[in-house]
Design a binder for this molecule. Sequence first.
Ligand SMILES: [Cu+2]
Length: 240
Amino acid sequence: MPRGSEPPRPIARPCGPALARAVFNRLALALTVLMPACLGAIACAASLAVAVRLPDGRALPGVVVTVQPLDSPARPSPPVEAVMDQIDLAFSPDLLVIPVGSTVTFPNSDRTSHQVYSFSPAHKFQLPLYRGKPRAPEHFDRVGLVTLGCNIHDNMLAYIVVTDAAYFGRTNAAGVWTQNSVQRGRYRVALWYPRLRDGQSALQREVTVGDGERAEVNFRLEKSLRPAPLEKRPHSWDAY
Ligand SMILES: [Cu+2]
């Protein structure tokens, strides 16, 4: 019989156990192909650790750490939707670090009304006297420090750090902040904390992160902390 006249053969389509085996084999093949690339990427991933200590050597928790690339344009993190509540006549939390372009909602969980405001150039606003949930979140589209207060209660104080940093966070109880999967390159590491007295230059440091290495930056403050602004009020900026 000429080849062209062979009767059409049914196409074999695996099903049941055969289908499971076929899927498994394909996954195994994909993993075999991809694994060397993944291992390479993991091997190349670098980490950055930033430690902050007081002049007497004690660790300082809660410090805001921002990391900006020096060899490339800013790479801000994606915006987030954050919440800053008002509980027992205090902002909660009273320190937020958010990527530029983020929004913050200011619910009021107290029985009394609050009137939240900011005179900071990075975001001036005032919410009308309210309880419960305000109408719309505030949009923070400029980099900078925003200091918040309440027109009714002078002891209410909070900070929002709006940043376009590639990486950011806060130091933990050991005074250390660590970022994994850092791209290689030169960076400027900067610190912010409400009670710092050191000058700007002492609070910044350049660091070069190479492939696969753990880079470390150690800050030892030169000056002791200024007194907490509202010493007797609850606050959380020491937390992390
Ligand atoms: Cu208030």
